[in-house]
Design a protein around this ligand. Structure first.
Ligand code: SF4
Length: 493
């Protein structure tokens, strides 16, 4: 057997960590401030919820050139020591945190950790990518046939090789050229010796925002990471936009054929931090509005509304406010568990979800409880939580879910189990209720979710305003690699 990875957290899989969709990356970049890498480390720390497996930072100093550090584990354990940060000097820096990308799930090698770096005739460039390239296999085959030598298993490396083959004169032009060949979802933060570059794919599936700190500029996956460094939020990078930032300011281009935006609606439900702003709306307030919609759509008589912590909390508050049923912290999450048992014994492993969540028995006993969670993926955690609540003496358990049934995998930068493993792919809502053995189970409708994110008329079925493929099965970009591997798209209605 291969030796255990020093940050092997596979034992956590039984504690519910594999029963959520996982955002695979967070990106951050800064130009125009002294020791920019320190800001990047702080920004990545604020984006840690988007990926905990590994992180990397590249910086550039006019005399020392490019420098980089890539590590497994948390930002706070790797990019706080003086010895590491002293090697990342200069006024320009980008960074990346990752969960894992296609091709290396759970067995990441350090060569898969971004930012990736390429040396071109006109100078070096580093890039950090959030999203997933849906035609990466075809591109990789073509590039290898034409002589490219790949260093990693990451789809993102295709961008560097496409840039190397471009005949354009400048790095931003080569990047435009490369990204025109790429399909799928990408938000990219890149740097040359003098430029910070940010790009969003034409549909704007993954987020990217622009901020300002003193005389410097910042690019970040989310606004919560601007707050940590005291930067002001300027605006979102628009779908299909490329910004090139130098000491002269921000230049904007739109190099792609314009498309109707399809931002990921799940960012509102779960991925983004509740203190971020998305599309001009507070994520927290949107989640509260989802809870209110859920209460209107699926009321039930009960004594308490409890969130499944932490992500179900704002929706549970919304449900409670709308229904008038008291809110209570019926389940408490142990935030530090994951770091306590790096090498767990079998006995500890078997404790499963109880390692992370504990029921507040004094509140639950004898009560009819509404549990609000953000999603049901495999249903394994939901079932265990229900057992814990019943063990604590609850009279009834009603699940209310702040997203529609997740019946389709995501191919745009979110880790999802195969379709057969998704509970909603094989069961109706009633069958799921029976499977989970709860008194009732209701999901918010797709229209209800659209209303909660600010679309008063709900979803436009002819031209959906968001990407909602994991609920609807309607993929805004065909996942070409997956179709080639046998994935069956939903038949047209
Ligand atoms: S498929 Fe779902 S998770 Fe993936 S981008 Fe679309 S809405 Fe987001």
């Amino acid at each position: 057997m291969p030796p255990a990875h020093p940050f092997d957290t596979s034992f956590l899989r039984d504690t519910g960590d594999d029963d959520k969709l996982k955002e695979e990356c967070g990106i951050f970049g800064v130009i125009g401030v002294a020791e920019a890498a320190n800001f990047v480390a702080l920004g990545l720390h604020a984006l840690q919820h988007r990926g905990q497996e590994a992180g990397g930072i590249v910086s550039h100093h006019p005399e020392l050139g490019f420098q980089s550090a890539r590590r497994f584990g948390y930002v706070r354990d790797n990019f706080t020591s003086q010895s590491v940060m002293e090697t990342l000097k200069g006024p320009l820096s980008i960074g990346h945190v990752r969960y894992s990308t296609a091709g290396s799930k759970g067995q990441t090698a350090i060569r898969d950790v971004q930012p990736f770096f390429g040396e071109f005739a006109m100078g070096g460039a580093a890039i950090a990518h959030n999203g997933n390239i849906t035609n990466a296999n075809a591109l990789r085959r073509e590039l290898i046939e034409r002589g490219s030598i790949f260093q990693s298993s990451s789809d993102s490396e295709c961008i560097i090789h496409l840039m190397a083959r471009s005949l354009q004169r400048t790095i931003p032009e080569r990047m435009e050229d490369a990204l025109r060949r790429v399909e799928g979802a990408f938000s990219v933060v890149a740097m040359t010796r003098t430029k910070l570059i940010g790009v969003r794919d034409p549909l704007g599936v993954r987020p990217l925002v622009l901020g300002q700190v003193g005389d410097g500029w910042v690019l970040s996956s989310e606004t919560c990471a601007l707050d940590i460094i005291g930067a002001d939020f300027v605006r979102e990078i628009e779908p299909g936009e490329m910004v090139v930032i130098t000491d002269k300011g921000v230049e904007s281009h739109f190099p792609f054929r314009p498309r109707k935006p399809r931002f990921c609606i799940f960012e509102h439900v779960y991925f983004s931090r509740p203190d971020s702003i998305l599309g001009g709306r507070s994520v927290y307030e949107t989640r509260e509005a989802i809870g209110r919609e859920l209460a209107k759509e699926s009321p039930v008589e009960a004594d308490l509304v409890c969130p499944v912590p932490d992500s179900g909390t704002p929706a549970a508050i919304g449900y409670s406010l709308e229904s008038g049923i008291p809110y209570a912290m019926g389940i408490i999450r142990n935030q530090y568990m994951g770091r306590t048992f790096i090498e767990p014994t079998e006995q500890i492993r078997n404790m499963g979800v109880r390692l992370k969540l504990n029921v507040n028995r004094a509140l639950i006993e004898g009560k009819r409880v509404i549990l609000v969670d953000d999603s049901v993926v495999r249903g394994t955690t939901s079932r265990k939580i229900k057992e814990m609540i019943l063990d604590a003496g609850a009279k009834e358990v009603h699940f209310r879910i702040a997203s529609p049934p997740t019946a389709w995998p995501c191919f745009y930068g979110v880790d999802t189990p195969q379709r057969e493993k998704l509970l909603a792919a094989t069961m109706s809502e009633d069958e799921m209720r029976d499977h989970l053995q709860v008194d009732s189970l209701k999901f918010i409708s797709l229209d209800g979710l659209y209303r909660a994110v600010g679309e008063a008329k709900g979803r436009n079925p002819k031209q959906p305003q968001y990407c909602d493929a994991c609920f609807s099965g309607e993929y805004p970009v065909e996942p070409a690699d997956m179709v080639e591997q046998g994935f069956e798209m939903k038949a047209a209605e």
